[in-house]
Each structure stands twice: as structure tokens, then as C-alpha cells.
Write a protein that binds this ligand. Structure first.
Ligand code: IVH
Length: 684
């Protein structure tokens, strides 16, 4: 029975819905949360459960609906109500004063005011509300028509599905969507770990995100936005600053920094302030937007063919520094891709010391003609990833020679290859090149793959060097005696001494337990863990659910794969080529013999055989791992508790259980069973 049944579910749903909407507003619009993320998520979960139990009381615009779920193969094109224009740019004070002179002329000597607002670095969006309900969201597109991305925009917590206050029946607002700097860094770190491509800057990430076909994927990426324009409605011609204030009363996200300025000097003050202060914002701005405030004056001034005459943007300079290239190093990734990196003389840039810069690939090096010893300019791409943007050739040593991209793998000396149409050089020695082998094993045990947290980069290096593990499947053959005493040297950079650390009993047991426990991971994770190129977490899920089991996937033709929703030709080709290699198929067979999951399990059929029973699981078992046993207990309605008390019903005893536990169980009269007895309890 539902545990909320005795409370008025309807009232509780209503209260939680409005409370969570308010928290969303505080968090995303005002940036002043009054509740911790954890508490928010707890309340959201509670609401979700209630809505599942009592769907008839669920608000159609509930905060729980922001998790997405709609899949759109192609976006519909929608015409804009009026053209979405861009702005003319200014880059210095003189150009700004020139703009002010023109405004003075065009307003015919009348007084005028400006609004100065932040220029958010994201992508423009038009959002239409009908009777206060979010109806349609459209990208800028070519300015005349754009893509209908409504399902994706609905996942953004700061954009209300339902307006508040006294809104007009038909309303269109326009603004900018973006991703916060911290979220961008976190996302890229995760992508790098998974061997996926890195986004260049938050703006690209935001626009890539908005174009994703699956809105539940969009919901996982924290997009945010500010509205900066309200289209005239109901015959009211509000001045611009006033219209921003009105938008706030509808609960729309409007940035608080906008300033009403009486003169261009006030605007300049705003610009110089934000040029410094922008580094402390949680999102990126690339300048300031200046608009004539009076709607009447705006109308008098009108438009050129491209821009409004009453507005301009002032673009900040991106900070750059010059430094020297000490050398060019080459890194080999798990897919064999060789990435060049420039080691630089350390230089301060936006508060951090930059020692390395990404130089992408061979084409980039030759196009920019970057050479060792050169003086180069570095910028932070999207102010985060340092990159070389220019070479100061006037400072070049006359004896320097163009950089030759290496021809051999720096790790295994194989001749590098450059596949047709690709910008990267690759080491083809996928089964013998150490960083590729280790990279594949690291990927396999990763948190989003098989999740063996008792292993990491260091331990994998030891296992690799000992010769015990060359492929992920070898992990499942490891035994206690193989691991005990394996040792690794740890360099102490300060003293330049090396320390030798060996695997002790507890470490070994943890590693083995972790590997055993990974066997419960579902098929989609195993598929992702294999590290097939272009098969990331989401694609793996799609393939797993579509084909249901590994054999069907292995036997799928190129046409079958191409006909799978959201699977394009590049992924299809990559899957085919992976399974055309006999070693890969052999490894899968071996994984099967270790009981890894290679089919999608229909929702686990749990029983209530252990309902209300409390278990403590202790020791080492031979039929199941501890994690498996705990899972089985939960799936059959039982509860796992960590220590023995009067209310414990069973102590599930394995080998090597400590004597203290046994004593306590005996004292409190807790029944002790072994894994065979436990199995028959479930089987009965
Ligand atoms: S007003 C007709 N205000 O900058 C006026 N634009 O080149 C339309 N942007 O892609 C734009 N912050 O999306 C305006 N506070 C702001 C803005 C802003 C960012 C973007 C806009 C467009 C580009 C203009």
C-alpha cells in the first residue's frame, strides 16, 4: 500500500508542487537558493512517487516533468513572428562614442536613456506562451525561421512552463540559453574520461545540447537562460527597462545586473566594471549590450538591413598572453589517437598558471606553423581550456625548422596511420600499445561502465606490468594468490625517491570483490564498457534496448544498424568493424563464460518472500558475491542492515566471518544461515 495514502495526497501534491516551483525560481532566476540540492532532490523524488501513485492529481506543469523523455528525429521548422536580428559590434570607447553621436542625431536632440545589460555568450531562443502556458520554443536559425526545440527547452528548470501574475494571452519573449562554467568543466572532464570528444567552450556545448534529439539527455545537462526581450503585446509599448521588470513579474528569468543609464559615460562605467567582474560570474559573457530605452525612440530610429539602429554590443577583449613553446609532446589515447600538446614556459592567464596548451592535430600545427622555441599567444578557449591562437613570427629564431609530426608511436614505435578523411594520426597497434591497452581496461572498469571502484589507473598499471591483465576479460581470471604481493613503485617527486607498495590481503580482497560485483552490471553497461568507438553511454543503451542481446547485435547487418532509431552511419560502421575482429568476438565469448550480462533483463521479477526480514551479510561466499546477495535480498523484499541487533532476523554467514559477529548473533538469538540455506529460502 502506498505510504502516503493516509495523508491527503492531493493536498500534499499541490503543496510540494508549488514549493518546488518556488525553489526552482529561487535557484535559477534569483540565484538565491534557500534549500540544499540534496533536500531539493529528496522533495522532487517524493513528489514523483506521489504523482505515480495518484496520477490524477499531478500538475501537467509539475517540476518533475523537467526530466524530458521526448525523442525528435528531426526538428520542425517554425517561422519567427518577427526577424531575429543580431547586433552591430563596437570594440573600443571611440566606437562607442560614435554610436552615441549617431543616437543623439537620430533622436533629434531629445533626451534619451540607455539600458546597459550583460551580453550572455550562448544561443538565442524565442519562447511563445499561450494563455500563460509554454507553447513553443524556437532557435534563431537563419533569423527568419528556426528549429522547434520545445521539448528540450521544457527541461530547463529556470524557464517556467506556466507564467505567474497578469500575463497577456499571447506572449513571445526572447533571450539567451547557456551552460554554466562549472557544469561545462565537469561535463568535459567526464567526456575526457570516457574517451569522448571535448567541447571547445560552453557556448558550443549549449548549442550542441539544445540540438540533441532525446530530451531526457538534455535534462541531464544543466542549461540555463536569461530573457532580454519581450515582443510588444496587447498594444502596450513598454520602454525596454520596464519590459524587463514586467517579465520578472511573470517569473521569467531576467538578469538582475541591467542598469538604466542617463549618459554614455554611465554606460562606459558599466562596461569597465563588468570587464573585470565577468571573471567572477558563474556563466560567460562576451560583452555588454547597449539599447536605447524608449520604445518610441527605438521605433523612430528603426533598423538597417541587419541590425537595429538603437542597439549595439560592446565586445570585451579576450585575455591573451605570450609565452614560449618549450617542446611538443604526444599523447596516445585508448583509441590510438595521437594528440600533440605544447609544453609552455609557465604564464599567468586569468588567475591560473598555464603550462600546456592543446594544439589539436597535425593540420593545426602546420596551418599555424607552430615550432619549438616559438613565442606564441595563448588564450583560454571559452576562457577555460588554454589554446594557442597566434605565433609571433617576428621573434622566431632564424635557425628554427617547421615541426614534423611524429611518424612513429611514442609508446610502442609502430608506424602511425592517418585514416582517410580524419584529422588525427592513430597508432594501429591496438592490441600491443600500452596506453591503448591500459586505456581500454580503465574505460572498462569506469564508473559509468562496470564500476569497479576498487581498481584505478595505478592498480591497472600494476596489473598490466605484471603481465596478468592484457584485456578487460583477464580481470575475471584473477585469483587471490595472483594479486597478493604484487607491488608498485610510487615516485616521490619532492625527494626523488621511489617507494615500493605491495598489495596486502585487504586490498586484494577488495579488488576481487569489486570485480565479482561488476558481474551484475546490465547489458547496456557491458556494451558501453567494451569501448567500441562512437558507442558512448547513450548509444550503448539505445543499441542494447533495440537488439535486446549481444548475439543479435553481433549478427546485425549495416542496414539493420542504420535502421535503428538515432543510430547513424558512423556508429553503424564502427559497430560492424568492431565485430569483424575475431579477437573481440573471442573476448565476448570469454566474458559470457564469466557470466557477464549480454542480454537486456526485462524488469526483474522480484518476490516478497523476504518481506519485513532484516539481514546482515558477512564473510566470503562461493556461490554469490556479497553485493549479489544484498541485491537478491532487496529484490525479494528484504532489508540489508549493517550491524546485528535484536531486530535482525538472519545473519547470512560466509567464510572468514569474525568471531565477534558470531558471538553477538548467538547472544541475541539471531538465526545464522549459509548461502545454500539462503538460496532455498528464495527458491521455495
Ligand atoms: S538583444 C534586436 N540582449 O547577442 C536585439 N542580445 O548579436 C536583439 N545576446 O545572438 C538582441 N545577450 O542572442 C540582446 N542582453 C542581450 C544579449 C543578446 C546576448 C545575443 C543575442 C544575439 C547576439 C546579438
Amino acid at each position: 500500500m502506498c505510504k502516503f495514502a493516509n495523508v491527503s495526497a492531493e493536498a500534499k501534491i499541490k503543496a510540494l508542487t508549488s514549493e518546488l516551483k518556488e525553489h526552482n525560481y529561487n535557484y535559477y532566476v534569483l540565484s538565491q537558493p534557500t534549500i540544499s540540492d540534496r533536500d531539493f532532490d529528496r522533495k522532487l523524488k517524493e513528489l514523483e512517487l506521489l504523482e505515480q501513485a495518484f496520477p490524477k492529481y499531478a500538475d501537467p506543469n509539475s517540476p518533475t516533468k523537467r526530466v524530458g523523455g521526448e525523442i525528435t528525429k528531426n526538428f520542425n521548422t517554425v517561422e519567427h513572428s518577427t526577424r531575429m536580428l543580431s547586433l552591430g559590434n563596437t570594440y573600443n570607447k571611440d566606437e562607442l562614442l560614435e554610436f552615441d553621436n549617431r543616437v543623439a542625431k537620430l533622436t533629434g536632440g531629445n533626451n534619451y536613456q540607455y539600458t546597459a545589460e550583460l551580453k550572455f555568450d550562448g544561443l538565442a531562443i524565442a519562447i511563445r506562451y499561450k494563455n500563460g502556458v509554454l507553447h513553443q520554443a524556437i532557435t534563431r536559425g537563419d533569423g527568419t525561421k528556426g528549429d522547434d526545440v520545445t521539448a528540450n527547452v521544457k527541461t530547463i528548470r529556470s524557464i517556467p512552463h506556466q507564467l505567474s501574475g497578469e500575463y497577456p494571452n499571447d506572449l513571445e519573449v526572447r533571450g539567451e540559453l547557456f551552460i554554466h562554467k562549472a557544469a561545462f568543466i565537469k561535463m568535459n572532464e567526464e567526456r575526457a574520461r570516457l574517451g569522448e570528444s571535448i567541447y571547445a567552450n560552453p557556448r558550443n556545448t549549449a548549442s550542441g545540447t539544445l540540438k540533441l534529439q532525446d530530451s531526457s539527455e538534455v535534462a541531464k545537462r544543466p542549461l540555463d537562460g536569461f530573457m532580454y526581450q519581450m515582443l510588444e503585446h496587447g498594444g502596450t509599448n513598454l520602454d525596454h527597462y520596464q519590459s524587463l521588470e514586467v517579465m520578472k513579474t511573470y517569473d521569467l528569468p531576467v538578469n538582475q545586473s541591467t542598469k538604466l543609464c542617463d549618459s554614455i559615460n554611465d554606460v562606459w562605467e558599466f562596461i569597465t566594471y563588468w570587464d573585470q567582474e565577468r571573471h567572477n560570474l558563474s556563466f560567460e559573457i562576451d560583452g555588454v549590450v547597449i539599447k536605447v530605452n524608449s520604445r518610441l525612440q527605438q521605433e523612430e530610429m528603426g533598423f538597417t538591413s541587419k541590425f537595429p539602429r538603437w542597439a549595439k554590443s560592446y565586445k570585451f577583449e579576450t585575455e591573451r598572453q605570450s609565452t614560449k613553446v618549450i617542446d611538443i609532446a604526444y599523447q596516445v589515447g585508448r583509441t590510438g589517437a595521437v594528440t600533440p600538446v605544447a609544453n609552455l614556459e609557465p604564464v599567468q592567464l586569468l588567475g591560473t598558471t598555464v603550462k600546456r596548451a592543446s594544439i589539436h592535430n597535425a593540420d593545426f600545427i602546420s596551418e599555424m606553423d607552430i615550432r619549438v622555441g616559438d613565442t606564441v599567444f595563448v588564450e583560454k578557449g571559452g576562457e577555460i581550456i588554454p589554446k594557442i591562437v597566434d605565433v609571433d613570427k617576428s621573434k622566431r629564431d632564424s635557425k628554427s625548422t617547421p615541426t614534423q609530426f611524429i611518424k612513429q608511436c611514442p609508446e610502442c614505435l609502430s608506424e602511425l596511420e592517418r585514416p582517410k578523411g580524419e584529422a588525427v594520426f592513430r597508432c594501429p597497434n591496438s592490441t600491443g600499445c600500452p596506453p591503448q591497452i591500459k586505456g581500454r581496461i580503465e574505460h572498462f572498469i569506469g564508473r559509468k561502465a562496470m564500476d569497479v571502484s576498487s581498481l584505478g589507473e595505478g592498480k591497472i598499471d600494476v596489473l598490466y606490468r605484471s603481465g596478468l591483465v592484457r584485456r578487460p576479460v583477464d580481470l575475471y581470471d584473477l585469483g587471490y594468490d595472483d594479486l597478493l604481493g604484487l607491488s608498485k613503485s610510487i615516485a616521490n617527486e619532492e625527494s626523488e625517491e621511489e617507494r615500493v607498495v605491495s598489495f596486502k590481503e585487504k586490498t586484494v580482497q577488495n579488488i576481487l570483490d569489486g570485480i565479482q560485483a561488476s558481474k551484475v552490471q546490465p547489458f547496456e553497461r557491458v556494451l558501453f564498457a567494451l569501448g567500441i568507438r562512437f558507442v558512448g553511454e547513450t548509444v550503448a543503451k539505445k543499441l542494447a534496448y533495440h537488439f535486446k542481446n549481444m548475439d543479435a547485435l553481433i549478427n546485425a547487418s549495416l542496414e539493420d544498424l542504420n535502421a535503428t532509431p538515432e543510430i547513424g552511419d558512423v556508429i553503424a560502421q564502427s559497430v560492424i568493424s568492431y565485430f569483424s575482429i575475431d579477437e573481440n568476438k573471442l573476448e565476448i565469448e570469454q566474458m559470457k563464460s564469466h557470466a557477464l550480462n549480454f542480454c537486456v533483463k526485462e524488469k526483474e521479477l522480484s518476490s516478497n518472500k523476504l518481506e519485513n526480514l532484516r539481514f546482515v551479510v558477512s564473510g566470503i561466499f562461493s556461490l554469490f558475491s556479497r553485493t549479489e546477495l544484498k541485491k537478491i535480498i532487496e529484490e525479494n523484499g528484504g532489508k540489508n542492515v549493517s550491524s546485528i541487533s535484536k531486530s535482525t532476523d538472519f545473519l547470512l554467514v560466509g567464510d572468514n566471518m569474525g568471531p565477534a559477529k558470531k558471538e553477538k548473533a548467538e547472544k541475541l538469538g539471531v538465526k545464522m544461515i549459509d548461502e545454500n540455506e539462503f538460496s532455498s529460502m528464495i527458491a521455495e
